[in-house]
Design a protein around this ligand. Structure first.
Ligand SMILES: [Fe+2]
Length: 185
């Protein structure tokens, strides 16, 4: 579960630079969430990093997304706990099975909010994460047409972690701002 190996695997299966950035953003958000919740930072961040490895493989078949990932990650010796979390982040593959554990909830909510935050940066004149204000992310949360792919009900699962939406936005935004140069934003 070394980071370099995960990056190498991601680069093998994902050609889109934006998807790689989404994975890096999810990694950083998951590390911060683990820190906040006293969970396993390495495990959570590794899950964030690798969670979308099969997105391009399963393009056009959303119900398969994470099932191909499962095969790859088993093959590569990733821990079953991580693979389970990866599987649980895609409702289309699980049939909407309810996420119960903090790890599963954090991955789904955490990876989803990265999309909203990136969209918030991209509409600004300088397109910089450092210019994004938590208040504008909260405002965009209510405008469902904005970054419609970032499903608000999944982001709202943060409350099941005992983290209020305002705090969740703050944690995710700070995490992503911390790697802004890697994200090129
Ligand atoms: Fe994702």
């Amino acid at each position: 579960m070394q980071r370099e190996k995960s990056i190498e695997l991601l680069r093998k299966y994902l050609k889109s630079e934006n998807l790689i950035k989404h994975c890096l953003a999810s990694e950083s958000v998951m590390r911060s969430l683990a820190k906040k919740l006293n969970a396993d930072e390495d495990l959570w961040s590794a899950a964030g990093l690798i969670h979308d490895i099969d997105v391009e493989l399963t393009y056009g078949k959303p119900e398969m997304h994470t099932l191909e990932a499962e095969k790859i990650l088993i093959q590569e010796g990733y821990p079953s706990e991580l693979i389970e979390a990866v599987k649980m982040h895609n409702d289309a593959a699980t049939g909407g099975k309810k996420r119960e554990t903090p790890f599963h909830i954090a991955l789904a909510a955490g990876e989803t909010i990265t999309g909203l935050i990136i969209a918030c940066a991209l509409v600004l004149p300088d397109k910089k994460l450092s210019s994004v204000k938590p208040s504008s992310v909260l405002k965009r949360m209510k405008d469902k047409r904005f970054a419609a792919g970032a499903r608000r009900e999944i982001i709202m699962e943060c409350e099941k972690l005992g983290i209020k939406l305002e705090d969740f936005v703050d944690i995710a935004l700070k995490a992503m701002q911390g790697i802004s140069s890697e994200l090129g934003l």
